[in-house]
Design a protein around this ligand. Structure first.
Ligand code: PHE
Length: 520
């Protein structure tokens, strides 16, 4: 079975096996989104009823798109720009768009992981004392800013520098070592540790008084929410972000798989593992919030700060100070949060490093440094400063809801309709996998359903950001939101136009008729 013909360049790196890839894929998927985003999103969008749009989004869009990413990376064996160029020269830019989206994301993702690492250490002594909110503001230096209409404030925050250096060093070192020695090893260490620590945390949380009230708050279905289209959009947004699809990440990771790899099986396992962790995080977070409400004698619905940075860095520290054995709980929470973040962080760097390395013919370490050092510098200058939290909120909203969603729509329509490649990709998926379950349903989803749904989301978001803005002052968003998107577009154009230094066009994808013969 090992004699499947392939003409891809012999030097391409590979995972040591399917398990290594699976762990990396799950490591990328399980991230901050699972822990601080899912519980809050589920709670505010119908509670238990959210499970319906969530599962629909997972089956109708998440898994089909994940398989598209896998199929593209595996068949055309390259970084995002190489893959899209091999599909058609007219689409190379889409690969660069994904690369630069990842470039932007890595600049701020690193900062959140850095805060979290620092908080792991703070946890030992519950250093935030009785006022976690004031402590967090002063830790990230935000106290020096005026409340609701922030401006860029270039004051570097000393407490962030060292953890941020550690995060960047770790990230760049891991990627420079290559996929099997670096990425795979990191995931094989961190992922089991993360799951173990988080399980202990959840059990502890369930034993707290008030935990059941928290779970009831999260899981009691509000069926009326199903009639609200925003609830459905929230579910699709959550699935895309959470599975890391549409960013070029899964595409890049899949390009390092051997010719014969069970793509479909692996995709299903990765998707369900990610969603299971999401539900687990929901249980852990809401059991803890239930305790908080109990301790104050209020209802869970009266609590604020139940998602995003305020959940992790204000609400959780507050609860931790109030519970017996809080220090250990804090270490478990921030430790697992940091590990979840690190394994996602490296997957983003990989997209960028692979793109640079293939275009310019650079070694992996060199490409990693060339893209990593400027990104790290930006990360300090933009997000490691007093206005870091605000900068980060705006950049995150615009890059994800406009950049990523836009790129995903183009990918679906481009591959599915303009280039009409879904039949080939479907056959590829079925031939290399052990099961032949990918059918016409998949093509319909990718070519029609997913882009239509994402299209609605995209138009609504662009409209609301353009007319009402996201949340801060117009000027601030003009620079950090639209301005940043413009820079991404310019970088995409420039890098698409630069000449390739490797023989990108000489790649011949596996001949499916021959493959079919071998498999028989
Ligand atoms: N999937 C990751 C999460 O849930 C987020 C992520 C998105 C990571 C994009 C990398 C790139 O947090």
């Amino acid at each position: 079975m090992s004699s499947i013909p392939t003409t891809s360049s012999p030097a391409r790196e590979q995972w040591s096996g399917q398990l290594g890839f699976l762990m990396a894929a799950i490591g990328s998927a399980i991230g901050l989104g699972n822990i601080w985003r899912f519980p809050g999103v589920a709670y505010t969008n119908g509670g238990g009823a959210f499970i319906v749009p969530y599962i629909v989004a997972l089956l109708a869009a998440g898994i089909p798109f994940l398989l598209l990413d896998y199929a593209l990376g595996h068949r055309y064996r390259g970084s995002a720009p190489a893959v899209f160029r091999r599909l058609s020269r007219r689409f190379e830019w889409l690969g660069w768009l994904q690369v630069f989206i990842c470039f932007v994301i890595m600049t701020y993702y690193a900062v959140i992981v850095a805060w979290s690492l620092r908080y792991t250490v703070f946890s030992f002594t519950t250093a935030w004392g009785n006022d976690a909110s004031a402590f967090f503001s002063s830790y990230i230096g935000v106290g020096e800013l005026s409340g609701s209409s922030p401006a860029y404030f270039a004051m570097p925050v000393s407490g962030v520098v060292i953890p941020l250096l550690i995060v960047w060093f770790f990230g760049l070192y891991t990627i420079a070592r290559g996929v099997s020695k670096g990425v795979e090893t990191a995931n094989k260490v961190f992922l089991p540790l993360l799951v173990l620590m988080f399980l202990i945390l959840v059990v502890r949380a369930l034993l707290l008084p008030g935990a059941t009230d928290g779970l009831n708050a999260l899981f009691t279905p509000q069926w009326g929410a199903l009639l609200d289209h925003r609830v459905w959009m929230a579910a699709f947004g959550q699935i895309f972000f959470s599975l890391s699809i549409g960013f070029g990440i899964m595409l890049t990771y899949a390009s390092y798989l051997r010719s014969r790899s069970n793509l479909v099986g692996t995709g299903l396992v990765a998707a369900f593992a990610n969603s299971s962790f999401e539900v687990l995080a929901g249980v852990g977070v809401f059991a803890t919030l239930g305790f908080m409400a109990w301790a104050r004698g209020v209802a869970v619905s009266d609590l604020s700060g139940i998602s995003g940075p305020s959940l992790s860095f204000v609400t959780f520290p507050t609860v931790i100070s109030e519970m017996p054995g809080g220090a250990l709980f804090g270490v478990l929470f921030f430790g697992s949060f940091s590990m979840a973040g690190l394994t996602s962080f490296i997957s983003i760097i990989q997209v960028v490093a692979a793109g640079f390395s293939e275009k310019f013919g650079w070694s992996t370490p060199r490409a990693t440094l060339v893209c990593g050092l400027p990104s790290a510098a930006l990360s300090f200058v933009l997000f490691g400063t007093s206005s870091g939290l605000y900068d980060l909120n705006v950049v995150d909203a615009y890059i994800n809801y406009i950049g990523v969603v836009g790129a995903a729509i183009v990918a679906c329509v481009g591959v599915g309709i303009v280039l009409n490649r879904l039949k080939v990709l479907q056959r590829h998926l079925n031939l290399v996998s052990e099961t032949r379950v990918v059918g016409i349903w998949w093509r319909v989803m990718i070519a029609l359903v997913v882009p239509a749904l994402l299209g609605v989301m995209f138009v609504q978001t662009v409209w609301s950001y353009a007319t009402a803005g996201y949340t801060y002052s117009r000027n601030f968003e003009a620079v950090f939101g639209w301005g940043m998107l413009l820079l991404v577009a310019v970088a995409t154009a420039v890098f698409t136009l630069l000449p390739w230094r490797t023989p990108v066009d000489s790649h011949e994808p596996v001949d499916l008729d021959v493959l079919e013969g071998v498999m028989r």
